[in-house]
Design a protein around this ligand. Structure first.
Ligand code: 6MZ
Length: 351
């Protein structure tokens, strides 16, 4: 193969993506289609995407999601963006994707929370029928802003789809602005979800000084932690919190570019990935939202390699180990491991 035709290592690397909010994952190409459909909203691209070299105050990210939600307010939009997002992840070499999204209702277009989830699942099924080379599962998100009542309704909805979706719905996510509401309001809904058989991914410690809240969440315990930025002692967390997480081997979803652009970490090299990776703790690199944060999974691996001086073998291992942390069952994990092992010789022979 000529040099020009080689797929770059990080793109050819088979990858899983486990922390991707649907509405934060919309590419600029898809966003352009949405913006053109609603010119009266006067939305500019910089209102929906933080480009290279740019940053925002963390709270501003949540304002961006509100802007995007204005553009995705019908089942047709949700279906279209889900298909586009899945195909883009597949083109980036992602072989297994867990998408997450907050079911939303919109009276003006008659979109209900149920039809929202149905649109996402239909898009996943269609991609499968079209032989897009990626296995996609779905987590229903609870937005903290909705409080405990909405959270419990979302758990009920998740239960319906957990039973009827033929394995597509695998879990729930707790996300949204961490400054809103208190953890105690979400413990009962999350326990209910766990009892149904849903796996739990919980955003934790995106902002500092919430030890009581973190202890409550760890008491669940979650099956994966999102971000976990301030949990370790060097960031104002504690050895005690770290011990619980280590003892239970709770994997952490780490989103380098999102945290740098949202300014919750000082720099790439100062990202808490380093702390957890050096402990040998289960870590999985994710985008958070490849659209809003203008990145992709390959780029996150490339950035990790250069920021933390990792070898290609370590990058491979990071991707391979991430299979252990997916929410789909064991048989899916072993299929993915075989797929990774089949691709490995080609990947290492090309460099
Ligand atoms: C917490 C986040 C987030 O659900 O409409 N979301 N929640 N921390 C973050 N870090 C930056 N990034 C995204 O996607 C957008 C929603 O995902 C959550 C927020 O609730 C946001 O409204 P969906 O597909």
């Amino acid at each position: 193969m000529s040099t020009e035709m080689r797929i770059p290592f990080h793109q050819a690397l088979p990858k899983v993506e486990l922390h991707a909010h649907l509405n934060a994952s919309i590419s600029s190409i898809t966003m352009e289609k949405l913006i053109l459909q609603k010119p009266h909203l006067n939305i500019q691209h910089n209102m929906t995407m933080i480009r290279k070299g740019q940053t925002r105050i963390f709270e501003e990210c949540f304002e961006m999601f509100k802007v995007i939600h204005q553009l995705t307010d019908s089942v047709e939009h949700i279906f279209m963006v889900t298909k586009d997002v899945i195909k883009e992840f597949a083109a980036d070499g992602v072989k297994y994707l867990e998408l997450r999204s907050t079911p939303r209702e919109e009276k003006s277009t008659a979109m209900t929370k149920k039809s929202y989830v149905e649109a996402v699942l239909e898009a996943i099924r269609q991609c499968k029928q079209e032989d897009v080379d990626i296995d996609v599962r779905f987590l229903l998100s609870i937005d903290r802003r909705g409080g405990p009542t909405v959270a419990m309704e979302t758990v009920k909805l998740a239960e319906e789809f957990f039973i009827s979706s033929d394995g597509l719905v695998v879990g729930m996510d707790l996300s949204g602005d961490p400054a809103v509401e208190h953890a105690k309001n979400f413990i009962a809904p999350l326990h209910a979800a766990r009892n149904i058989g849903l796996k739990l991914a919980v955003h934790m410690a995106e902002i500092p000084n919430k030890h009581e809240e973190w202890e409550m969440f760890l008491g669940l315990p979650p099956d994966r932690i999102g971000h976990g930025t301030f949990l370790h002692p060097e960031a104002g967390g504690s050895d005690q919190l770290v011990d619980i997480i280590k003892k239970r081997q709770i994997p952490i979803e780490l989103c380098l570019t999102s945290n740098v652009k949202g300014q919750t970490v000082p720099s790439y090299s100062g990202h808490h990935f380093q702390y957890w990776y050096n402990c040998g703790h289960p870590c999985v690199l994710c985008t958070d939202g490849k659209g809003v944060f203008a990145t992709n999974v390959s780029q996150e691996y490339q950035i990790a390699e250069s920021s933390f001086s990792l070898s290609k073998a370590q990058i491979w291992e990071l991707s391979y180990q991430s299979i252990n942390y997916i929410f789909a069952p064991e048989n899916v994990k072993s299929d993915l491991r075989s797929h990774w092992n089949d691709l490995k010789p080609g990947l290492f022979n090309q460099s």
